[in-house]
Ligand binder design. Structure first.
Ligand SMILES: [Zn+2]
Length: 292
C-alpha cells in the first residue's frame, strides 16, 4: 500500500460517482485496499469504507449507517464465525477517525442489500462522520465492533432529510459541529439533574465556571436514538464535566452496579440521595464498551 492516505473529497469524483469495480477506486487513492472493507490504520485513521454485503449485521438507513467493523466473518456467506477485535487495523482506524473528527468516504457495492445499493458496480455515497462506536453480540452470537456513520457531506437536500429522519427536533437537541461532531443534549430533565448536583461532576466533583454561570453536561448512560434507544429519564442521566462526559461516551471508563468505576478512571460515582439510577443501563454501558 504505497499510496498515501487521503481524507475527504478527491477531485474528479463527485457524490454519486459510479465505479465498475474495486480496481478503479485504487488508482487515485479513493480506496486503496483490495478486498478489504475499511481503508486505513490505527495511526492515520480510516478514510474510506465499502459496504459490500459481507457483514450480516450492517444496517443502512441512507444518511445513517450502522456499520459492522472488520474481521471474524466468512466472506462468502457474510456470517460471523468468530469475535471481532478493536485491535483490528480497520476498526482501530475508524476509532481514530471518530476521535479526530476525520471524514470517511462511504461506497456501496452491488452485493450490499439496501435500497441505496447499485445493481452493478459501486457508487460513492458521500462523506460521513463516525459519531459512535460500541460493541455488541451480532446475529450469529459473536462479538462485533459497531460504528454509527452519519452523512456529513455538503449536499444540502440530504442534510434536511437526515434531520427529519433522526427526529432530533422533538428532543429539543442542539447540533454543534466542532473538530469532533458532538450532539449536546439540552432536555429539561438533564437540566434538572445538573441543578440537583449544582453542576458538580459526579466523577471528579469539579465545576466549570463560565461567564454565564456554572456549567456541566447531562450524559445519557444508555444513549438516546438508534440503535441504543435509551430513555430521557433521570435514572439514565449523569451530571458530568465535559472531560468525563467525553470519556464516558467513548467508554474510557464505565460504572459497576455498586457505583465503582472501571477502566481508565478509578474511584466511585458520586450519587445524590434523590437520584436513583437504572442499573440495567449501567450494565448496557459496560457491555457496549467491553467491560464484563
Ligand atoms: Zn469530571
Amino acid at each position: 500500500m504505497s499510496r498515501p492516505i487521503i481524507f475527504g473529497e478527491i477531485s474528479g469524483i463527485q457524490e454519486g460517482h459510479w465505479f465498475t469495480g474495486r480496481k478503479e477506486m485504487m488508482i487515485n487513492g479513493f480506496h486503496r485496499s483490495w478486498g478489504v472493507g475499511i481503508d486505513g490504520n490505527r495511526h492515520e485513521g480510516a478514510s474510506a469504507v465499502v459496504l459490500s454485503g459481507g457483514y450480516e449485521d450492517d444496517l443502512d438507513l441512507g444518511n445513517e449507517i450502522i456499520y459492522t467493523g472488520a474481521g471474524g466473518n466468512n466472506p462468502n456467506t457474510g456470517k460471523q464465525v468468530e469475535d471481532q477485535s478493536w485491535e483490528n487495523r480497520g476498526n482501530a482506524g475508524l476509532l481514530f477517525s471518530m476521535d479526530q473528527g476525520l471524514p470517511v468516504r462511504v461506497i456501496r457495492g452491488y452485493k450490499h442489500r439496501s435500497e441505496f445499493s447499485p445493481i452493478k458496480g459501486y457508487t460513492y455515497a458521500g462523506l460521513y462522520s463516525v459519531v459512535d462506536a460500541w460493541e455488541e453480540i451480532g446475529k450469529s452470537g459473536f462479538k462485533i465492533c459497531r460504528f454509527r456513520l452519519e452523512y456529513s457531506g455538503n449536499n444540502y437536500n440530504r442534510q434536511i432529510s437526515e434531520k427529519i429522519e433522526l427526529d432530533y427536533s422533538r428532543q429539543n437537541t442542539e447540533r454543534k459541529e466542532t473538530t469532533v461532531l458532538r450532539i449536546i443534549r439540552v432536555t429539561k430533565i438533564a437540566r434538572d439533574i445538573k441543578k440537583l448536583y449544582n453542576y458538580e461532576c459526579q466523577i471528579c466533583q469539579v465545576v466549570i465556571h463560565t461567564k454565564s454561570g456554572r456549567y456541566a453536561e447531562g450524559a445519557h448512560i444508555r444513549p438516546l436514538g438508534r440503535p441504543h434507544n435509551g430513555d430521557d429519564n433521570p435514572n439514565n442521566i449523569l451530571c458530568l464535566c465535559p472531560n468525563h462526559h467525553v470519556m464516558f461516551d467513548k467508554g474510557s471508563f464505565s460504572i459497576e452496579d455498586n457505583l465503582e468505576l472501571v477502566g481508565m478512571v478509578s474511584g466511585q460515582l458520586v450519587l445524590h440521595a434523590k437520584h436513583k439510577l437504572n442499573i440495567s443501563n449501567l450494565k448496557y454501558h459496560r457491555q457496549s464498551h467491553g467491560y464484563n
